[in-house]
Design a protein around this ligand. Structure first.
Ligand code: NAD
Length: 479
């Protein structure tokens, strides 16, 4: 099985081999090397940024609808090739083909379509001032740097590229070193769809390459999807050059299940909120607060359904739960499970697993102070916590530095909206969880991030306003 791309990087419309250190790509299920890439050298990062800066003005000068049509064509190509692209995504990430077929490139295509269609409708303001008047122009930022995480590599590349490009920016994208393949496909597809050379470039590498990219003098904006510690470093580096930032970071989100919730739906959502993509999702509802009246029924049904999850070969369409992205990450998750047990929580089901696999795992008898209830695990580990009343659960749900997402399950309409209004989270669900349609802005508050992806809101994060005052008469100077 091989997935070797034509070259490691994509600069100025062409595949280019990296001049830096080797970057082996392993299929998480078998550990086999499926490709060997090379990092970009410092000179290649600079070349990618120069190519982007050179290509950007002509791209920005096109009518927005024309830029939109390029994105729409790219979306159509992605949909045509979804089967092959999804297989590559599974090889790169280890996620079950059952998921990648519907959630990864498909969601990337949705973003390209959405922003492609939105472009022509973005306008400025006309501001009457009596005799004089002013107007605003929404202009591109210039060269944007995109840096991705490994859990949704192709979706992340599309979610960043679509709003950036449609607003007339150019982009240099660095995927995670764990999952470098999808972004290269996106670069090829965009060229095929008519994107001018240099407008979307891909460099590969670890943290140092990312650091070189965000400090390049051409870069006006940095959009990162990653962990909070990385976010802090990247935000600080971006501040040196007064660059714009979007930070999509980690979370420890609460999912609150009230006594009156539909049991099957709440259990199903809690599983989706913890086990999809082997739990490697930033917005996961990993603190499941269950009200005391429904607790026993909830846990009994949860255990029953979790035991039926099909774990195995990610390329088997029946598989629902695949391996963890890397042995190092699996070890980290196991250490967190061991810490939970050492602190006195009990396993309802699951456990450390073996090799590449960590099975769906549920903790009971946990407290808010335990590390499994405080720290992001980024694996298939759910911590259930019991609560008694609404005020109490809101206080406990908010008692975290994170603020990415939250969910509420109840049949009581007014309670649902009242609770959601009090939750400190950028993205909330009522009687649903982890649905992220491109029409809806997505992002975090507190330590979970700055800015929003998706929805019309993303346009503001990839453009800037120029104000133009128009004098219609003489200049009244007091000199
Ligand atoms: P990570 O923070 O280790 O790495 C993210 C990216 O940043 C990688 O491409 C990495 O090479 C790069 N990087 C690391 N140090 C850098 C530096 N100093 N300068 C520039 N670039 C640097 O994250 P990860 O382990 O790849 O992904 C998991 C994390 O991402 C989790 O915390 C998860 O919650 C978060 N995440 C957030 C979202 C969201 O939308 N909010 C989505 C997916 C993942």
């Amino acid at each position: 099985m091989t997935a070797q791309p034509p070259a490691s990087l994509f600069i100025d419309g062409r595949p280019v081999e990296g001049e830096g250190a080797a970057l082996p790509v392993r299929y998480p299920y078998t550990g086999a090397e499926i490709a060997r890439l090379h990092e970009a050298s410092a000179a290649q990062v600079a070349a990618a940024c120069r190519a982007a800066a050179a290509a950007q003005p002509a791209w920005a000068a096109l009518a927005p609808a024309e830029r939109g049509r390029v994105l729409a064509r790219a979306a159509a190509i992605i949909r045509d090739r979804n089967a092959d692209l999804s297989r590559l995504e599974t090889l790169d990430t280890g996620k079950p083909i059952q998921e990648t077929l519907v959630a990864d490139w498909e969601s990337g295509a949705a973003a390209l379509d959405f922003f492609g269609g939105l472009a022509a409708g973005v306008t400025g303001q006309m501001i009457p001032l009596g005799r004089d008047w002013a107007y605003t122009r929404r202009e591109p930022l210039g060269v944007c740097a995109g840096i991705g995480a490994w859990n949704y590599p192709s979706q992340i590349a599309c979610w960043k590229a679509a709003p950036a490009l449609v607003m007339g920016n150019a982009m240099v994208f660095k995927p995670s070193e764990e999952t470098p393949l999808g972004a290269l496909k996106l670069a090829e597809i965009l060229i095929e769809a008519g994107l001018p050379a240099g407008v979307f470039n891909v460099v590969q590498g670890r943290a140092e390459v990312g650091a070189a990219l965000i400090s390049d003098r051409h870069v006006a904006k940095v959009s990162l999807t990653g962990s909070v510690p990385t976010g802090r470093r990247v935000y600080a580096a971006a501040a040196e050059g007064m660059r714009h930032v979007t930070m999509e970071l980690g979370g420890k989100s609460p999912l609150i299940v009230f006594d009156d919730a539909s049991l099957e739906d709440a259990v199903g959502a809690a599983m989706l909120a913890n086990f999809y993509s082997s739990g490697q999702i930033c917005s996961n509802g990993t603190r499941v607060f269950v009200q005391d009246g429904i607790r026993d029924r909830f846990l009994a049904r949860l255990a029953e359904r979790v035991r039926q999850v099909k774990i195995g070969d990610p390329l088997d369409p029946e598989t629902q739960h695949g391996p963890i992205v890397s042995p190092a990450q699996a070890d980290r998750i196991r250490a967190m499970i061991a810490a939970g047990q050492a602190e006195g929580a009990r396993l309802l089901c699951g456990g450390p697993g073996a090799g590449a696999f960590v099975p769906p795992t549920v903790f009971v008898d946990a407290t808010d102070a335990m590390s499994i209830a405080r720290d992001e695990i980024f694996g298939p580990v759910m911590t259930t916590l019991v609560f008694h009343d609404e005020d109490e659960v809101v206080t406990r749900a908010n008692a975290t530095g994170f603020g990415l997402a939250a969910g509420v399950f109840t049949q009581d309409l007014t309670r649902a909206h009242r609770v959601v209004a009090r939750l400190e989270a950028g993205t909330c669900w009522i009687n649903a969880y982890n649905l992220t349609p491109v029409e809806m802005p997505f992002g975090g508050v507190k330590m979970s991030g700055i800015g929003r992806e998706n929805g019309a809101a993303a346009i503001e994060h990839y453009s800037q306003i120029k104000s133009v005052y128009v004098g219609m008469g003489g200049v009244d100077a007091p000199y």
